[in-house]
Design a protein around this ligand. Structure first.
Ligand code: GLA
Length: 405
């Protein structure tokens, strides 16, 4: 474990060295983690409870201010660069009037969102790279958004709290990029706590860190099937929940969101819904209950109980919400058959991406290699498997004031 920690720290340092080479005299370094969701899937946009953790894989950003209103960005991983003006964000174009590439919509969107909130921004030069797999459901986009939100705050003389920054990023993704995501990802990147899962109530915006069961490790397996949230499937899920709510509300005006229904109350109303919407709503209502139960399991340090809830969550995403894929089901099935695995499920929106498993720490190495081997022999596909630790949320180092600390 200690060896791995040292390796990750060295990786962090050498990645920043590469960024500093690409942008000499950088004044600011930002580290922004991805996230994995342990439980509470597709419930954030229904005002529910979620339980993500920030993970020790990051978007790293080096930057310095510019005296004008331009933002010059280099994405080292794509070997691409773009420049745009803070005065033409609404148009989504670069300095030559060409449409911004998709990857640049995230930083530009955050700038647009902050400016829309009346916050003044400064031009900047920035270069970034990441060891988070892209399109794998580990919130590389939220990590990029939070990195830039924190950068612009650092360059300016205003301050927002973490929740407000996360909300500004969500607004950017909803209205600038066009994905109607909930708040979970940006929240988790912003609020991560080392070694803890985060229990977050979207309705009240209250949250608390909960320690993972003792001697357990999070293992993430990337099915190798990329999913693209900018595609329509995610927005369809959201629409179906809205339709279900509309029907339930017609008969029961007190129901403001699917969150307002307990599993028991749902039983008394479910006959009002057509079959597909009934399945979607049932998942949401029961998944919120699972998050509550899971938080008790963490308080009791009950890894078995927590793992069972993860597996039930997966089955519900597969059968009721219908966002799993055979590859994700196979990864979960294999994981559950390996010694030391407490629970496993798809994580994030689904339609591809990753599974997350809770594994006894002493079994983690064996688990990782057996999972990859069996997945290859069953599907002919290669899974990338990552052992992860919950990380702190996005943080910034101002290199010009570092000596004062
Ligand atoms: C994506 C979204 C989140 C959440 C999950 C599903 O990650 O960005 O807001 O809805 O899907 O739980």
């Amino acid at each position: 474990m200690r060896k791995r920690k040292r390796w990750r720290r060295n990786f962090h340092v050498s990645s920043f060295q590469a960024l500093d080479k690409a942008l000499p005299k950088a004044q600011i370094h930002v580290s922004s983690p991805g996230r994995v969701n342990l439980l509470g899937e597709h419930v954030d946009y229904n005002q529910g409870l979620v339980m993500p953790a920030a993970i020790d894989r990051y978007v790293l950003l080096a930057a310095k201010p510019r005296p004008d209103r331009l933002v010059c960005l280099k994405a080292l991983d794509f070997e691409e660069e773009v420049a745009f003006s803070l005065d033409r964000l609404e148009e989504r174009v670069d300095v030559n009037g060409q449409p911004l590439p998709l990857w640049a919509l995230y930083p530009a969107g955050v700038a647009w969102s902050l400016q829309a909130g009346g916050l003044p921004l400064r031009g900047a030069e920035a270069v970034y790279s990441s060891d988070l797999p892209i399109g794998a459901g580990l919130s590389s986009s939220a990590a990029v958004e939070m990195a830039f939100a924190v950068l612009w705050q650092e360059l300016a003389d205003w301050r927002l709290d973490r929740m407000q920054l996360a909300q500004a990023c969500q607004y950017a993704e909803n209205c600038y990029v066009g994905v109607k995501c909930g708040l979970m990802d940006q929240f988790a990147c912003a609020h991560g706590v080392a070694r803890h899962a985060l229990l977050f109530d979207i309705q009240s915006l209250s949250w608390q860190p909960l320690p993972l069961p003792m001697d357990t490790t999070i293992v993430i397996a990337d099915s190798g099937i990329a999913r693209n949230l900018a595609g329509s499937e995610y927005n369809i899920c959201r629409m179906e929940c809205e339709q279900a709510l509309k029907i339930l509300k017609e008969k029961n005006p007190d129901i403001q969101s699917l969150r307002d229904l307990s599993p028991y109350e749902f039983e008394t109303h479910q006959a009002d819904l057509p079959e597909v919407l009934r399945k979607r709503a049932r998942h949401v209502v029961e998944e919120i209950e699972r998050v509550k139960q899971a938080s008790y399991r963490l308080v009791e340090n009950d890894a078995d109980g927590f793992g069972q809830l993860m597996l039930l969550g997966h089955q519900s995403l597969r059968d009721l919400y219908e966002v799993s894929l055979p590859e994700l089901d196979t990864l979960v099935e294999i994981a559950m058959g390996i010694n030391g695995c407490y629970g496993s499920r798809l994580t994030g929106a689904g339609f591809g991406g990753c599974t997350v498993s809770l594994v006894k720490s002493e079994n983690q190495e064996g688990f990782t290699s057996v999972l990859a081997e069996r997945y290859l022999s069953k599907t002919g596909k290669t899974a990338k498997v990552y052992i992860c630790q919950p990380s702190r949320g996005t943080w910034v180092e101002n290199l010009t004031t570092e000596h004062l600390k």
